[in-house]
Each structure stands twice: as structure tokens, then as C-alpha cells.
Design a protein around this ligand. Structure first.
Ligand code: NAD
Length: 356
């Protein structure tokens, strides 16, 4: 098969880590007989420097014409003082909107080889966990009406959801669960919030009519925050709203202890998604070959799994990363403190390529 991929390296370490992931994509293509037509586009600070805006039309059009988008990271101190509507991060929000992406997927998985980096009690970490957080991305309180009273000493934000918005995210969660352990936990606060009551009602309706084979349970968000540190092995797919997902996905990724290894995806109605590491552009280490490429390489694996339905290819990348970590290879960010035998980003990429 032939796939068109739009690569958006962005700023800071973005170009280094995207180049690593492209090498991996090409190697997997050779091994499994796929052709990848990869075109690069500017977004973020580098686009501001070249075109005066964070998201040029060529980038939007190139991404819309692609089968999927691989993104590095955007931003950096250099662009911190420019007007808000021109900031590099605006490129990501605009791109998500243009591509119609409304669900964010964030896996939080304990890597057996890095279990000692996990911040949980050893007996809890030993049980392992592999959670996929499915977060609504374009609605809820972050996008609702907000304001202040005339005096400015009282403020409000509004949470609003339609059944349509909830259902399309729940559908993604159930579909993903079918590719995993077939268990969805819907996280809300229906004992207090009306939006949560609609959330629960809508998720259950869809479950009964189309996904009765998937196990579904409900959990209040306060309990979910607690269970993530008490017994994360309980979860398979966690489905939740924009704000709850924002908080819980950061908690879950920190719990793994290896934030530099975590990938993410944003999906919409079509198969085209946007795949990116959860970390930022790390300007402090840019250009020094110190960036860990694993989160971006695992984002490419997610692209195979969710946009192209190529599970064997995704497994191949994930297994290669696991083997390299199990063999004890580390980049500086995940090496033991004081260790001197760590790999540069390009060396880590070569180790992973050799395992594919
Ligand atoms: P950051 O994630 O870029 O960096 C935090 C720390 O982690 C730094 O010490 C950095 O060196 C390290 N780090 C991050 N990724 C690494 C990797 N792959 N390998 C090794 N070390 C890594 O977060 P920050 O410093 O808060 O933000 C820097 C810039 O990135 C800001 O301009 C911010 O707005 C932007 N940012 C962009 C995105 C995105 O594009 N999605 C996300 C978060 C932050």
C-alpha cells in the first residue's frame, strides 16, 4: 500500500525527533512492503519566522491532502513575547480544528524495563498497567462561555456538551477498546454535574445499541484520580471530558515516571489523525542530539494502528523499542543519575532500527 504522510517537525527538538520517526517509518515500509510518500511542512515558530504566521495555508492544505500527520513540537522562548493570536501553539489548535480532530488519545503504559522509574509503590508497579485515555478535545468548559462581572471580582466558566459530541467520542473509545482488552471506564461527575448526567446517559445508550460486547463501567472523576495511583491495572480505556481528561492524562503519564516515552494521537471522523509526542520542543537541548526520539517513534506506531489499521507494523515498532530498553540502552533523560554510558538521540534511533 502507498500512504501519504504530512510531517510537521516544528521547533526546538521537533526536527530531530521527527527525522528519527521518519527513518523508522521507512524501515517498517521496507520490511512490510509499504510505500510512504512523506512531505514536510512548517508550523509554529519556524513558520512565524518564514511567513509571519504560525500556520501557513500550504501546511493546512498539505495536512488535509495527507493520509495522516506526524508532528514534532512547536514553541520556544524566541516567540514568547509575540501577540497571543500569533503564538506558535495557535498552529496546533488551528490544525486540529481544520482537520476535524475531536478525540485525543494518550496511552500511559509502564515499560517493564523502566519499572524502577515508576513513582508508585513497587507492589503496585509490579502489577503493570497499560491505559488508553480517550479525552474529548474540542468542547466542554475550555470552550464554553466565560466572563467576569462589572466589578471584576466574580467570574464564571461554562461547561456545555451535546449528546452528539459525547457520542462521537464514546464511539472512538469503544472502537479502540475492541482493539485492546474490551473494557471502557467512563469517567464523569454525574452526582453533581448535569453535563455528566448527559454524558453517562449517552455513553450507556450507545453501549447498549452498538457495543454490548465491550465491558463498560462508570467512575466519578475524584475516584478515578485516586484509582490511578491505587490500582492503575484496573483500567484499559478511560473515556472522559476535555477538562477531566487534561488532568487525568497528565497524572497518568507522570505515574509512569517516563514522560519522554509517551506518544499521543488526535482523531476525528476520518481515518486521518495527528500523531505527536506529549512533550514539548525542549529548546534547552535542541540541536545537541540529546533528544529522546522514542515518544515520536511510538507516535508513528500509533499512526499505523489507528489510521492505517496496520497492527503488525505497530507491534513491530513497539517491540523494537521494548527490546532496546530491555537491553539496557538509555538516552540521557532516562538514564540513571550520574550514568555516563547513555546514547545520543541518533544512536538510540539506530538501535531501534536494528531491532525492526
Ligand atoms: P518540554 O516538554 O519541551 O521540556 C520539559 C523538559 O523535558 C526539558 O528539560 C526538556 O529538555 C525535557 N524533554 C522534553 N522532551 C524531551 C525529549 N524528547 N528528550 C529528552 N528530554 C526532553 O516542556 P517546556 O520546557 O515546558 O516547553 C518548551 C516549549 O515547548 C514551550 O515553548 C512550550 O510552549 C512548548 N510546548 C509545546 C508542546 C507541543 O508542541 N505539543 C507541548 C508542550 C510544550
Amino acid at each position: 500500500m502507498k500512504y501519504n504522510i504530512a510531517a510537521v517537525p516544528g521547533d526546538g527538538i521537533g526536527p530531530e525527533i521527527v527525522a528519527s520517526a521518519i527513518e523508522v517509518l521507512k524501515k517498517v515500509g521496507e520490511k512490510f512492503g509499504h510505500e510512504f510518500n512523506i512531505k514536510e511542512y512548517d508550523a509554529g515558530g519556524c513558520a512565524i519566522d518564514k511567513y509571519g504566521i504560525p500556520l501557513p495555508k500550504e501546511t493546512t492544505e498539505g495536512c488535509l491532502a495527507s493520509d495522516s500527520v506526524l508532528l514534532g513540537a512547536v514553541g520556544g522562548q524566541k516567540w514568547d513575547d509575540i501577540p497571543n493570536h500569533l503564538r506558535p501553539e495557535k498552529a496546533l489548535l488551528a490544525l486540529r480544528k481544520e482537520l476535524g480532530l475531536y478525540t485525543n488519545l494518550r496511552p500511559a503504559k509502564i515499560q517493564p524495563a523502566l519499572a524502577d522509574a515508576c513513582v508508585l509503590r513497587p507492589d503496585i508497579a509490579a502489577k503493570g498497567f497499560d491505559i488508553m485515555i480517550v479525552r474529548e478535545l474540542t468542547g466542554g468548559i475550555y470552550f464554553g462561555e466565560r466572563g467576569r462581572n462589572e466589578k471584576g471580582d466574580a467570574a464564571f466558566d461554562t461547561e456545555s456538551y451535546s449528546a452528539y459530541e459525547i457520542e462521537r467520542n464514546a464511539r472512538n473509545a469503544f472502537e479502540i477498546a475492541r482493539k485492546r482488552k474490551s473494557h471502557v471506564t467512563s469517567v464523569e461527575k454525574s452526582n453533581v454535574l448535569e453535563t455528566s448526567r448527559l454524558w453517562k446517559e449517552t455513553v450507556h445508550k450507545l453501549h447498549e445499541s452498538e457495543y454490548p460486547d465491550v465491558k463498560l463501567d462508570d467512575m466519578y472523576v475524584d475516584n478515578a484520580a485516586m484509582q490511578l495511583v491505587r490500582d492503575p491495572s484496573f483500567f484499559d480505556v478511560m473515556l472522559t471530558s476535555n477538562m477531566f481528561g487534561d488532568i487525568l492524562s497528565d497524572e497518568a503519564s507522570q505515574v509512569t515516571g517516563s514522560i519522554g516515552l509517551l506518544a499521543s494521537a488526535s482523531l476525528g471522523d476520518s481515518k486521518r489523525g495527528m500523531y505527536e509526542p506529549i512533550h514539548g520542543s525542549a529548546p534547552d537541548i535542541a540541536g545537541k542530539d540529546l533528544a529522546n526520539p522514542i515518544a515520536t517513534i511510538l507516535s508513528a506506531a500509533m499512526m499505523f494502528r489507528y489510521s492505517f489499521d496496520l497492527a503488525a507494523e505497530a507491534d513491530c515498532i513497539e517491540n523494537a523499542v521494548n527490546k532496546v530498553l530491555e537491553a539496557g540502552w538509555r538516552t540521557k533523560d532516562i538514564a540513571a543519575q550520574g550514568a555516563e554510558n547513555w546514547l545520543r538521540g541518533s544512536e538510540m534511533t539506530q538501535k531501534i532500527l536494528a531491532e525492526i
